[in-house]
Ligand binder design. Structure first.
Ligand code: S5P
Length: 457
């Protein structure tokens, strides 16, 4: 041993280590990531003495916190939460992993009342995603969550994510600390320590540093016909450019569509800014779209209850459902509101906006993404940061010549969004339609976007 002083916490770790709670070697995690260590705290239930000791340590971490209830994240943390409850004499509530399909359909079991404060117990935190799900379900029942107590932090960004959301996270051990203790007690060799530390450093706050998926791979992840058409167009034109033609007369739109049509996969429109809309214009636009092989994307940003959205989509002057291949929609009115659009059109949800001071924070974005995964008609999201790879990411706020406007818009370059966010499609408005030669500028953006995509692979 390299030092004589041994704390109670260290002693606890060494005894737990003997139970096999952490193993070193090469492990493939559930996420597909190769890890040099594997942590499983479940063997602790086989030692009542250690479980009791653990609850003492965890209660110690919560010394300055106020809580009226304890809840464990299923399943591994359930016995830990129970042990804390017995030791601290504070009632436990049980969270189900799946809702009951009969009877009360409750997600939480036990006696509690709205407004009570509940501390959450987790065994290991990695990305923090399963904790966030549990917090949401507990908060949905009217309980308040301020503190979370975690036995082991794998140091992959989960604690930071929760802190950003305003929660206080108390961790008994960080993985780096565990490595240090085991090394100090000659249970790990130096080369293993170096390898593990490099892994921790590499994975920190980048749980999804996996390489981006190619358009061909993305094609296989979704079977919506619009995705197929969009990606096939992208591949055949070597373009990921969507031109946003935010001009106010039909003639300007038709002229621009002729000029930029060869370089884009879609033309995005705000039909409600057009002063002379007509069915004839739609017929002409559709003809250009077919001839030049691009899709029509109506950026209506629907944001009402399902019934109203359906009327806005199908009726009125614009009859969007008759001609749009893609539409944008907020999910502010909840998942079911998306049913208004049927399954023919490709819905792109607004998960995160490009302008300054947006209210679409990480929490909002993650809920939109979750819903978008489930909704059959959603093909992707508008966002400014990475999404899961099974959804297409559309990124507006792109400009090669300026960084913003006077009304809050913030611009990035195609290179930046492909590198940082693994964007699939860039949306360019003023960068193209205000140019002296929109067709030349469209070709520049097409090339920039395609090269940025290739570079990001
Ligand atoms: O977050 C967003 C979402 C969208 S769809 N930020 C955006 O700018 N948009 C749209 O993209 C916006 O309504 C406009 O039509 C286009 C960007 O235009 P630009 O002129 O700022 O490039």
């Amino acid at each position: 041993m390299k030092s004589e002083k041994i704390t109670q916490k260290e002693e606890f770790l060494l005894k737990s280590y003997e139970l096999g709670i952490i193993k070193f070697g090469n492990f493939t995690l559930k996420s597909g990531i190769q890890s040099p260590f594997y942590v499983d705290l479940r063997p602790l239930v086989s030692s009542p003495a250690l479980l009791k000791e653990l609850s003492g340590h965890l209660i110690g971490l919560l010394e300055d916190s106020h809580y009226q209830l304890i809840c464990g994240v299923p399943y591994a943390a359930l016995p830990m939460a129970a042990a804390i409850s017995l030791e601290a004499e504070i009632p436990l509530i049980l969270k189900r992993k799946e809702g009951k399909k009969y009877g009360t359909k409750k997600m939480l079991e036990g006696i509690f009342s709205e407004g009570q404060t509940c501390v959450l117990v987790e065994d290991v935190i990695t990305s923090g995603k399963s904790l966030i799900e549990t917090i949401e379900e507990v908060e949905k029942e009217g309980l308040k969550v301020n503190d979370i107590v975690v036995v082991l932090d794998r140091e992959q960004g989960g604690v930071q994510l929760l802190k950003e959301k305003g929660y206080t996270v108390h961790t008994l051990f960080r993985i780096g600390e565990v490595i240090d203790i085991l090394y100090k007690h000659d249970l790990l060799k130096q080369d293993e320590v170096v390898r593990i530390q490099a892994f921790i450093k590499e994975k920190f706050i980048s749980p999804d540093r996996s390489p981006r998926k190619t358009y061909e791979e993305k094609l296989k992840l979704q079977n919506h016909p619009i995705v197929k058409k969009l990606i096939e167009t992208a591949l055949s034109k070597e373009s990921n450019l969507i031109a946003s033609l935010d001009v106010c007369t039909t003639q300007e739109i038709l002229d621009l569509a002729e000029k930029v049509g060869d370089y884009v996969v879609a033309v995005k429109l705000h039909t409600d800014i057009i002063s002379d809309f007509s069915e004839e214009y739609i017929t002409q636009l559709k003809e250009i779209a077919q001839r030049k092989n691009f899709l029509l994307f109506e950026d209506r940003k629907f944001g009402d209850i399902g019934n109203t959205q359906q009327l806005q989509f199908e009726k009125g002057v614009y009859k969007i459902s008759d001609w749009a291949d893609l539409i944008t929609a907020h999910v502010i009115a909840g998942e079911e509101s998306l049913k208004a659009f049927g399954e023919k059109v490709g819905v792109v949800t607004i998960a995160e906006m490009s302008s300054k001071g947006v209210l679409t924070d990480n929490n909002y974005k993650s809920k939109v993404v979750e819903i978008s995964h489930r909704a059959a008609n959603v093909v992707g999201c508008v966002a400014q940061s990475k999404l899961s790879s099974s959804l297409l990411l559309f990124t507006p706020g792109i400009n090669l010549r300026t960084t913003g406007d006077s009304k809050g818009q913030q611009f990035k370059t195609p290179g930046k969004v492909f590198e940082e966010c693994h964007t699939d499609f860039i949306i360019v408005g003023r960068g193209i339609y205000t140019a002296v030669h929109p067709e030349k500028e469209a070709e520049i953006y097409r090339k920039e976007g395609w090269n940025a995509y290739l570079k990001s692979l």
